[in-house]
Design a protein around this ligand. Structure first.
Ligand code: S3P
Length: 170
């Protein structure tokens, strides 16, 4: 099976859905943010604060290119798919799945979150503007799944039915 890359805005459920998909497909799952935190020994907040977003984006591309492109699920930070180089890598090497969730649901989940530097001190309108600006990029994914109001199991079933020709179920 080619790598499955999950993309989408912060709080769209990539990590949760990725973990459940990995369980069902019996393949490993790697989260790019988690991987970067492990490799650097620092949190995403600290990396943004100490080295800036640009450096973080370099880490993301490096991690992406280090990871396998077969028999793996890779859940990505919400900004990773904005970079052309990353989009090309992911689309050439694997299948990219966009988890689309309405902004209101995302906002409700993220309001009290302090782990995402890009949302610190952002109000609803500013965060929504970023969400909207990113849509045309996310829409370049191979598959879009609408997740608003859906349970994780339902989302996984939809993904599995769409990729069934190439992902053997265990
Ligand atoms: C970011 C999303 C975060 C993390 C970083 C930047 C973004 O990951 O990579 O805070 O630019 O959207 P999640 O999408 O897992 O929250």
């Amino acid at each position: 099976m080619k790598a499955l890359y999950l993309v989408g805005f912060m709080g769209s459920g990539k990590t949760t859905v990725g973990a459940e998909l990995a369980r069902r497909l019996n393949v490993p799952v790697v989260d790019t943010d988690h991987y970067i935190e492990q490799q650097t020994g620092r949190t995403i907040n600290d990396i943004f604060a100490e080295e800036g977003e640009e450096k973080f984006r370099l880490f993301e591309t490096a991690v992406l290119e280090q990871l396998p492109t077969n028999d793996i699920i890779i859940t990505t930070g919400g900004g990773l798919f904005m970079k052309e180089e990353n989009r090309r890598w992911m689309k050439e090497g694997g299948t990219v799945i966009y988890l689309h969730c309405d902004f209101k649901e995302i906002w409700a989940r993220l309001q009290d979150d302090h782990t995402r530097p890009l949302l610190h001190h952002q109000n609803f309108e500013k965060a929504k503007a970023l969400y909207e600006w990113r849509q045309p990029f996310y829409e370049q994914a191979d598959i879009t799944i609408h997740t608003t109001g859906k349970q994780v199991d339902h989302v996984c079933e939809e993904i599995l039915s769409l990729i069934k020709d190439e992902a053997p179920r265990t």
